[in-house]
Design a protein around this ligand. Structure first.
Ligand code: PLP
Length: 387
């Protein structure tokens, strides 16, 4: 059976070149990077090389990069680390209604412990208004966290403008850049951020490894307590193969990103144009142009996203309704509800995300089968009958 993977925002395959670079660090060069013997020093050198590569992608300094176990840890570290260290100064944090759970859950956790969280809404395209963020600031605000691009609808936020507001007011600013690093340019100075999260498996590196960029001088409490790894900022023996893989993956993205984005934008725009011409009553979610090169998200009226996914899967096509992290819940996506969609429309969402190995023929295959699937499902839908 044909296999077409169109769920790159959930995770991407590890690039074979990345796997090759990681391999020696499982057996020949297996040392603990904190050991002073040659094995350890070999691992340490490889980690520092990866740190330089990550820093160079972001326009940061190597010692501003702390390796973590992924996007979730980086996000939790940023939110709780700043909250705990600055709690004497203030207890107010500003975030948005469309953040990933890796941000909204630590915020809820802190709310139960006396912090005051303001959740700023978005417009119908999923855009956060810098003015709204500015209005939410109080003399108790210690942190603003706004994601760079949304994982479900792909909308890219005006991070640089929000960062300028935060900087002018002397407030730390964090962005979750898990969906953008490796796909579009991400420069910490241009974005005016104090902290930035990234995750290797979203840019063709291994799973379970990520990083938090911490601008020099930013005060932050450590999140994992134990050894003094990562200059005493994050305990635990280094995941050397993972970190080496992250470094290679980000280096490859730096070389390939512009060309890949150009190709993906062409395929994405084809989907945005052709899906509504082949299927009636479909609505694009997210911003028409300020969106990730690889993201398409449609609401298809009268049917459930899950039934479309199962029908696509039977044809070998992997897509998603939104975030993979909440796919086991039957609740509609909080992101789509934040756009102002009704529960019914939010339930009928389909996210298609492209990547390094997506071909034109994959898009042809999807465009050939999706209209037939929708027609079949609508024929069985009581909602469609009542129309
Ligand atoms: N933030 C965003 C925007 C994401 O899309 C994801 C993963 O889907 C995460 C955070 C969590 O990253 P990780 O899977 O590396 O923990």
């Amino acid at each position: 059976m044909k296999k077409v993977y169109l769920d790159y925002a959930a995770t991407a395959p590890c690039d074979p070149e990345v796997i090759k670079t990681m391999e020696p660090y499982f057996f020949d060069k297996f040392g603990n990077a904190s050991s002073i013997h040659t094995y350890g020093q070999e691992a340490k050198a490889a980690i520092e090389d990866a740190r330089e590569k990550a820093a160079s992608f972001l326009g940061a300094k190597p010692d501003e990069i702390v390796f973590t176990s992924g996007g979730t840890e980086s996000d939790n570290f940023a939110i709780e680390g700043v909250a705990y260290v600055l709690q004497k100064k203030g207890n107010h944090i500003i975030t948005t209604a469309i953040e990933h759970h890796a941000i909204s859950e630590p915020c809820k956790f802190l709310e139960k412990r006396g912090f005051d969280i303001t959740t700023v809404g978005v417009d119908r395209y999923g855009l956060v208004s810098p003015e709204e963020i500015k209005k939410a600031v109080t003399d108790k605000t210690i942190l603003i966290s706004v994601m760079h691009a949304n994982n479900e609808i792909g909308t890219i936020q005006p991070i640089s403008e929000i960062g300028k507001i935060a900087r002018d007011k002397g407030i730390y600013f964090h962005t979750d850049a898990v969906q953008t690093v490796g796909h579009i340019p991400v420069n910490v100075d241009e974005l005016n951020v104090s902290l930035l999260s990234l995750s290797s498996h979203k840019f063709y590196g291994p799973k379970g490894v990520g990083a938090l960029y911490i601008r020099k001088g930013t005060r932050i409490e450590r999140f994992l307590h134990g050894g003094d790894q990562e200059k005493n900022r994050r305990a635990s023996t280094h995941n050397t193969p993972g970190i080496v893989g992250l470094g290679k993956a980000i280096e490859l993205c730096r070389q390939k990103m512009d060309k890949e984005a150009e190709f993906q934008i062409a395929l994405r725009n084809r989907l945005i144009k052709e899906i509504p011409s082949k299927i009636s009553e479909v609505y694009l979610n997210g911003h028409p142009t300020k969106r990730l090169p690889n993201n398409v998200n449609f609401s298809i009226k009268y049917i459930e996203g899950e039934s479309i996914l199962l029908s696509l899967d039977m044809l070998g096509i992997a897509a998603s309704t939104g975030s993979a992290c909440t796919s086991s819940s039957l609740e509609p996506s909080h992101v789509l509800l934040a756009l102002g969609l009704s529960h019914e429309i939010a339930h009928g969402s389909l996210r298609i995300t492209l990547g390094r190995w997506t071909k034109e023929e994959d898009i042809n295959y999807l465009l050939e089968h999706l209209p037939k699937i929708v027609e079949k499902l609508r024929a069985m839908s009581p909602l469609y009958e009542k129309k």
